[in-house]
Design a binder for this molecule. Structure first.
Ligand code: NCD
Ligand code: ZN
Ligand code: ZN
Ligand code: ZN
Length: 437
């Protein structure tokens, strides 16, 4: 078939097992939507050979730091979008702790438009809850929600919305606007000077401790504030077994609370700190193995709703320095799927349909994205990820698309690989290369 200007475009994804189930099929995509699912399909403008791999809905990351504007030396919307596409993501939420802070519609609309211009992944800006992340005055949530970006999520991430009255007002206001407040749960009075999980390892290493109670006291408080405000609250990067029990309690009360867990909190514990390598410094800190075990079980069970990367690029000089002085944060976008495969799929805690739930469907539903996390079915938007479940690869920090290299997974050999990512019918990444528009 020849294609004239303005005519429809088609993509064929061959030899894939939907959600890793059943026999391999071919999927035809026309003008951005799934048009046909069957066997022996042929004839398209472009074909992606699925190689018998797993077809999943494109991943949605509720928690990404892209550092633009302000720290383009560590990540830009373009480099972060490339990392996201290579990681199998079709939508990411870019946190507001940029410089300047994304606390006005001018800023959030800029991030949205820049993401669309790059075209590798939908970059949804997260708006700040408080002006300048200062925790004293509510930002104009309504103006950001009404802008071109249609901001759906607000967070002071990096800092906790600590003042309970302000958090209450934010939840009430967000309820009226139909938007989500995402909380970085850290009681600041309990973490003054803290750099590592408070426990035997930090004591032995002489590192000031960040107690579980700093997270759990805010999770408990915010669950109660959300209950009384009739609003929704989302807990960022849940890291403790106690947080899991609080979420379980709150959900049993019918409180509209949701939570995410990062790949690094599922895989790594604070025994990694023995080398004093600040690549392992992160907020909240790596906890104990018992916390990892509880977080994995909670994710499998649905008490924790979804996976979010907390992709947090930092420059070499901010990481390769004394542990106390280093910035907290780790890269995550390009390794998330493989870490979930290692921690959840390998032992059967999640099957591939479960991966679709925690990496795509639940995050899209939590934030209310109508075109992401959809079923793989005729008539649905073609936001898709092809995964090779049998591949293994060795992470090379210097080879990642991110402008920074601060991954704790460097040199680790991990299972499963993203073969291709498709955004509204357009291939954005294939065989480890991004496809710019
Ligand atoms: C994040 C960052 O670097 O912006 N750092 C981190 O350790 N997670 C901030 C945050 O997510 O709290
Ligand atoms: Zn605008
Ligand atoms: Zn945070
Ligand atoms: Zn973060």
């Amino acid at each position: 078939m020849t294609r004239a200007t303005g005519a429809s475009t088609s993509l064929l994804i061959t030899d894939v097992r939907l959600y890793g189930e059943g026999d391999p099929v071919d999927v035809r995509v026309v003008d951005g939507d799934i048009a046909e699912i069957g066997t022996g399909l042929a004839g398209a403008d472009e074909t992606v050979d699925g190689g018998g791999g797993v077809l999943l809905p494109g991943f949605v990351d509720l928690h990404t730091h892209l550092r633009e504007p302000g720290r383009e030396d560590t990540e830009t919307i373009e480099t972060g979008s490339a990392a996201a596409a290579l990681g199998g993501y079709t939508a990411v939420f870019a946190m507001a702790n940029t410089d300047p802070v994304a606390d006005t519609a001018v800023l959030t609309d800029h991030v949205w438009r820049r993401g669309q211009a790059v075209g590798l992944v939908d970059v949804h800006p997260v708006g700040a809850v408080t002006v300048g992340l200062q925790g004293t005055q509510l930002a104009e949530l309504g103006a950001m929600a009404d802008g071109d970006a249609h901001v759906k999520m607000f967070s002071d991430d990096g800092k906790c919305v600590h003042d309970p009255l302000l958090m209450r007002r934010a939840l009430e206001y967000a309820r009226g606007l139909g938007v989500l407040i995402a909380q970085h749960a850290e009681e600041p009075r309990l973490t003054v000077g803290a750099i590592a999980h408070e426990g035997p390892n930090a004591a032995r290493l002489g590192l000031a401790g960040w107690p579980r109670s700093a997270e759990e006291s805010i999770v408990a408080r915010d669950a109660i504030l959300a209950r009384d405000a009739g609003g929704r609250v989302h807990i960022c990067h849940a890291s403790t077994a106690g947080t899991v029990e609080l979420l379980r309690w709150a959900k049993a009360q019918g409180i509209a609370i949701t939570a995410e867990v990062t790949p690094h909190h599922l895989l790594l514990d604070d025994s990694r700190l023995a080398t004093y390598d600040a690549v392992n410094k992160v907020n909240p800190p790596l906890r104990e193995d018992s916390d990892c075990v509880a977080l994995r079980a909670a994710l499998a069970e649905g008490v924790i709703d979804c996976v979010a990367t907390d992709h947090a690029p930092h420059a070499e000089q901010e990481k390769c320095c004394e542990f106390a002085a280093a910035r907290p944060g780790m890269l995550g976008l390009q390794t998330a799927l493989s870490v979930i495969a290692a921690t959840m799929v390998a032992d059967g805690a999640l099957d591939w349909r479960g991966v679709a739930r925690v990496m795509s469907e639940r995050p899209a539903a939590i934030v209310g994205l109508p075109d992401q996390g959809r079923p793989i079915a005729v008539g649905e938007p073609a936001n898709l990820t092809v995964v090779d479940p049998d591949a293994t690869w060795t992470v090379d920090a210097s080879a990642l698309a991110s402008r920074s290299a601060n991954t704790p997974f460097d040199s680790m050999t991990l299972p499963a690989r993203v073969v291709a990512t498709v955004l509204r019918g357009r291939v954005t990444a294939i065989d480890g290369e991004v496809r710019a528009r």
